[in-house]
Design a protein around this ligand. Sequence first.
Ligand SMILES: Cn1cc(C(=O)NCCN2CCCC2)ccc1=O
Length: 118
Amino acid sequence: CAKKAKPHKDDKKDLATCRVLLAELETHQDAWPFLKPVDLKAVPGYRKVIKKPMDFSTIREKLNNSQQNNELFLCTFIIDVNLVFDNCERFNEDDSEIGRAGHNMRRFFDKRWTELLQ
Ligand SMILES: Cn1cc(C(=O)NCCN2CCCC2)ccc1=O
């Protein structure tokens, strides 16, 4: 992902940009399945099938704890957001409410990430 993110000059704004991007994800109308960790007790099979659960609130925690000087934070952010959508595709039918929400959110993220960070 490092190579993907064009080595653009002032990466010192990247942390603020990730926060803006995350806020846009969290306020998107289709974000509701992804705001909090999936309840492993309430959703049968999720714990077994999904090895690395991820959600927007966990990403926000990680971003709040990440240091600007640890330049891996940008790649970690991109990897974590994609993990949310990959988990969703793995566990949900494309033709389901949560499956469609995941596809919509991934499309939105890819567009905004490209506009803001590449
Ligand atoms: C991402 N994802 C989420 C769920 C889920 O049930 N989320 C709870 C959604 N509710 C909305 C209001 C309270 C909680 C199931 C499978 C899945 O892949």
